[in-house]
Design a protein around this ligand. Structure first.
Ligand code: ADE
Ligand code: ZN
Length: 348
């Protein structure tokens, strides 16, 4: 079977559920902000003006990520970052994005919340109407439940297209039940909850995200590959898992793409979608990630469309948006049906 071509990957209507706004700052933009604010680029962890090819571990990645995030000092900087983010999504042919944004970090860095949300709206207003960007506002696990509470207050008073709350950062000592305020707020505000779990941490972290927080989506969850009972549960409940292949390799979770369990999880019938996480930091793009996924799991065009359908159905967007996305993906599939004879693996 021929793998989908680059033209297929470009024209496929895409839905991306797991990509960080701050993780989309290019090295060139980071360097230009560093020059403006007289920060030594070596303090950012850049190597010869580039992000490292490999990070030692998640903690190393997060250090670089936070150092670059701290270069956003003014609302104009933030509007510029959001406009660049939107252009990145348009260039990848993404119809609908749920972008994770660590808004509270910028408030802690001195930005006033009303100005922050105005900058977000200004940046997003720049984009062409063919793409839609919605936000997931994430708390950081290592900052504990106070940060989670501050996040909830920030979101309650925000004027921005927010569809979800998130929990990110290192999977350390903090127990998920400390963050139950996020679940309560998500229910009260009619938002989804996406939890980073089972990335560097063990399968128990995924169970905790489900049991203690009722996570609506799991970011990564690759640790499940080590636990057959968890695989069964994730399959039974069709729990959406955001897979970010290059991220897991460049952050050192797996030694190579070939060692990544994406193909096993797909063949096991789990509700996986594919995302880019922090594309320039990880030297990737969404199209690259879909190409890797197609190669590793021998995906046909129909399978790729099925991955996008799973993402559309797992989105926190209202039902009419999800329906419109599925219709666009179906129309693409219909246009290519004559070329695709093979059946798709398990449908979710
Ligand atoms: N924040 C940005 N990218 C992240 C990742 N891959 N894991 C945890 N927190 C993050
Ligand atoms: Zn992430």
């Amino acid at each position: 079977m021929a793998l989908p071509s680059d033209a297929d990957l470009r024209s496929l209507p895409k839905v991306e559920l797991h990509v960080h706004v701050e993780g989309s700052i290019s090295a060139a933009t980071a360097l230009s902000l560093a020059r403006r604010y007289r920060v030594d680029p070596r303090e950012l962890g850049l190597v010869e003006g580039r992000y490292p090819d490999r990070f030692d571990n998640l903690a190393h990645f997060i250090r670089v990520y936070l150092a670059v995030s701290r270069l956003i000092r003014t609302p104009d900087d933030l509007a510029m970052i959001f406009a660049a983010f939107a252009r990145q999504q348009v260039s990848q042919g993404v119809l609908y994005t749920e972008a994770t944004f660590t808004a509270m970090a910028h408030v802690r860095n001195g930005m006033e919340p009303v100005a922050l949300w105005a900058a977000v709206r200004d940046g997003l207003a720049d984009i062409d109407s063919g793409t839609e960007i919605r936000l997931i506002i994430d708390a950081q696990r290592d900052l504990g439940s106070d940060d989670a509470r501050d996040n909830v207050r920030l979101v309650e008073n925000a004027d921005a297209p927010i569809v979800g709350l998130g929990l990110s950062g290192p999977e350390g000592e903090e127990k998920d039940r400390e963050f139950v305020v996020l679940r309560q707020a998500a229910d009260r505000l009619h938002l989804g909850l996406a939890v980073h779990a089972g990335e560097e941490g063990p399968p128990a972290q995924v169970r905790a995200a489900l049991d203690d927080l009722g996570a609506d989506r799991i970011a990564h969850g690759v640790a499940a590959a080590k636990a057959p009972d968890l695989i069964e549960r994730l399959k039974r409940d069709a729990v959406p898992l955001d897979m970010c292949l290059s991220s897991n390799v460049r952050i050192g979770i797996f030694p190579s793409l070939e060692a990544h369990p994406f193909a096993d999880l797909w063949r096991a019938g789990l509700n996986v979608n594919v995302s880019s996480d922090d594309p320039p930091f990880l030297s990737t793009t969404l199209i690259d990630e879909l190409r890797h996924a197609a190669r590793l799991a021998s995906l046909s065009r129909a399978d790729l469309a099925d991955l996008q359908r799973r993402a559309a159905l797992a989105a926190f967007a209202p039902a009419d948006t999800r329906g419109r996305l599925v219709a666009a993906i179906d129309a693409w599939t219909d246009r290519h049906r004559s070329c695709d004879g093979e059946a798709s693996p398990s449908q979710v």
